[in-house]
Design a protein around this ligand. Structure first.
Ligand code: ZN
Length: 414
């Protein structure tokens, strides 16, 4: 698939002795250094299932990990960033059926909307933006590798021939989410899993290949016509485009289990190596006291905000005003605060002369290198903007310098 277009970010003066970027690894349960000291950083962020694009929860995730992309770029690294699009899966097919549209057309339309939203939010595009459908040959190759390793079986029940991964073959299963089997089962059931399917060897075994059902799209394979499971999809795309043991696997915190746990398990069983070195997760965004979700019908869409005249940079600043790992509430107040901040920053960088930019750049770099702490970064720019507007500064280079730093590191074009 074609990614969207944004960037590249302006190059800033080289940071001497730049801090290594540290971020919270859900598997380790603490901050760890992420990315190499030189060369290429490899990141995979799980993409959308294209039927509710792009709500604020999605935008929150992609803007969060865009900060990591930017701070890595700033440290002189190349970033190999891969994002998938789950353009065939149950929720997409169900939504298409419920609304009487063709599932493939719904996917195309929603992916296009997502691309527009990401470009408007100035999210740096992935190097590889990869759909599940176009990856079916890769996925089938991975299933075959797993089969050769003796960890795949077909169920025999009313729908015989569906292929599953034998989770018991992976002694490290659970090392990301740290859930006990008793804790894992209800979460698996709630998030698209099928722990109750009695023909499976283990209740947490994950689906690799779903044999064709009436009315479902399907593709031919050596195991019969069907379509791929979600976890093996991401594992196949990541391994193909990044290789095993890549730097960061990221997504919303609702992906920790089962999706990231199971993708990592597929990767380990297929390659014998670690899947990713660190697993980063963004918090959930709620609305009016409730989790934002399609079932509650309380989604706020980036495209609707844009259509109503909201500046996408204000949306981005609203997202950045919260720490990416926190769960928080989207309110009109969060947005109006961001609009006020954007206006102040624009006024300050439009001054002919301002107070010296001093340590603004160093503060931005240090905040982002410490678990992508955007609120602290915003405070540093706020302080400079307030001081510049309150006093007659004499530094004529400061406004441009701050504008470039804010653009490069925070992705906010002033
Ligand atoms: Zn994924």
């Amino acid at each position: 698939m074609q990614p969207w277009t944004a960037g590249p970010p302006p190059r800033l003066e080289i940071a001497e002795g730049a801090e290594r970027v540290r971020a919270f690894d859900s598997a380790a349960g603490r901050l760890v250094e992420v990315g190499p000291t030189s060369g290429t950083a490899r990141m995979y962020v799980c993409g959308i299932t294209p039927y509710d694009a792009t709500h604020i929860g999605h935008a929150n995730t992609y803007v969060a990990f865009d900060l990591l992309n930017r701070i890595w770029h700033d440290a002189g690294l190349e970033v190999d960033y891969v994002q998938n699009v789950t353009d065939v899966d149950d929720p997409l097919i169900e939504r298409a059926a419920a609304t009487g549209v063709d599932w493939a057309e719904l996917a195309i339309e929603q992916v296009e909307l997502f691309r527009e939203d990401m470009a408007a939010l100035n999210v740096l595009p992935p190097r590889n933006f990869v759909g599940a459908v176009e990856s079916i040959p890769l996925i089938l190759d991975l299933v075959e590798d797993l089969r050769h390793r003796g960890v795949v079986y077909a169920v025999e029940d009313d729908h015989p021939g569906d292929l599953y991964l034998e989770q018991a073959a992976d002694p490290e299963f659970g090392s990301l989410s740290h859930l006990t089997p008793e804790e894992a089962l209800p979460v698996f059931a709630e998030r698209g899993g099928d722990p109750g399917r009695v023909a499976k060897k283990g209740p947490l075994d994950s689906l690799l290949w779903l044999r064709h059902r009436a009315g479902d799209p399907s593709w031919p394979s050596a195991y019969g016509d069907g379509r791929p499971g979600w976890h093996v999809e991401c594992a196949a795309i990541a391994l193909e485009h990044l290789g095993a043991d890549f730097d960061v696997q990221a997504g919303g915190s609702d992906l920790v289990f089962p999706h990231h746990e199971m993708s990592a398990s597929v990767g380990r069983l297929a390659t014998g190596s670690a899947f990713a070195r660190a697993y980063l997760h963004s918090g959930m965004v709620g609305l009016d006291g409730e989790k934002m979700s399609k079932s509650r019908g309380n989604l706020v869409f980036v495209s609707a905000l844009r259509r109503s005249g909201v500046d996408p940079m204000a949306i981005r600043l609203a997202l950045l005003s919260q720490h990416y790992r926190d769960d928080w509430e989207w309110t009109s107040q969060v947005l109006s605060t961001a609009e006020g901040r954007l206006a102040r920053w624009r006024q300050a960088v439009a001054l002919r002369a301002a107070v010296g930019a001093g340590d603004v750049l160093a503060h931005l770099r240090s905040a982002l290198a410490t678990d992508l702490d955007a609120p602290t970064a915003l405070a540093a720019v706020d302080a400079w903007a307030s001081a510049s507007m309150a006093t007659d500064g004499t530094d004529t280079t400061a406004p441009t310098l701050v504008a470039r730093a804010v653009d490069a590191l925070l992705g906010v074009a002033l």
